[in-house]
Design a protein around this ligand. Sequence first.
Ligand SMILES: [Zn+2]
Length: 433
Amino acid sequence: MRNPPSVPVIRAAVEALRDEAAALLCDLIRFPSLPGREAEVIDYAARRFAEVAVVERVPLSNALRDDPDYASPLPGLDYEGRCNLRIRGTGGSACPNGEPRGTGGSACPPLLLNTHLDVVPAPESAFEPRIQDGVVYGRGACDAKGQAATIWLALAALRRLGAQPAGDLIAHLVVEEEVGGNGTLAMIRRGEQAAACIVLEPTEMRILSSVRGAVWFRLTLEGRAGHSGRAGDTVSALAMARRAMEALEAYHARLLAASRGLPLFDPFSNPMPLTLGKLAAGDWPAAAPARAVLEGVLGFLPNKNRFEVMQEMRQAILDAGDDWLREHFRLEFTYRHDAHVLPVDHPLVTGLQTCCRQAGLPGEVSAMTASCDSWFYNNQLGIPTAVFGPGSLRHAHSAGEQLALDDLALAAAVLARFAVGQPFQAAAGFQPA
Ligand SMILES: [Zn+2]
């Protein structure tokens, strides 16, 4: 096998294509691709990725809504006529262990990449990208259209160099990550085999090998409505919501205390916050409301699974010591992601680390204190998975969302170098020749 191109060679190819990648990112940002409204950005990405790889449109169907892992914080989404993209950059060279290529693809197991093209809501002006001092601003700049542009740039650079990864380089560009990963869910239900998977999210180019889980909940509380003059005869659903919030906060404190000592998570003071995000109740100051609806998110670490956490949350409300509350609540879960852990000495982690260092990055390994689609690949398909990408979670979902083009280019070089290297094939049992 020809020696794979070095990081400086790859970086030169990336630099030559950088303006094109920046323009692509700006084009992607212009699509207001909120969950359920990604059709246009998917069409555009299909055209642009066809310049550098083979593009397959993967149709979605409403059967997805019956899947036990379907997430429904945004009810009523329709899947007919919508699709994800499966991108295949063909591997060409012989396997590291010397096996010849099979027909119709490489004999080596592929490297899988994933990112998403949906974004969270923003004012109209956020969909008009601007570039200032080498930084792209706009909704989706880092979360995650900049990640898609990074994948495009890595594929384009390898193509320019005529460098072929040992195995295929496959990318899933999906919809609906922001509402619980339904796009990725659809991809994993078709099955996919790969030696390793990298989910691209803004990690400041740290390699996140442990990722926390999360459940999104909707808690409905019933009261007994009535005029404020009827003291003792009414029960305010809002007051019940306050009791429930206290019970959930106390549960979170216990869970946090019981989740200490986990490697990579421990440096964070609270790697698994309880977020009380939304409360709706009442329409008049002098009337007890009959109903309150509280929505939020609870994070958790790999010492628990989603089923345990859901059961314990319910129990915490039952045990709050309020007879009315115990009988008058409904707790639903609209998003349920488990945590996952990849050992830090796994070749996916050490291989990425080596490529980062060759590109002048620290190659820091850490934990992700948010949840993302990575657990689908790691836990459900058994593909060793880590999260990596340019940009910062600090800017994601914010008014100042941004991505530095230097970082986009660096990340593309790291991914391209990793794809043509061999560590991930070694992880799947292929030994370098
Ligand atoms: Zn996001």
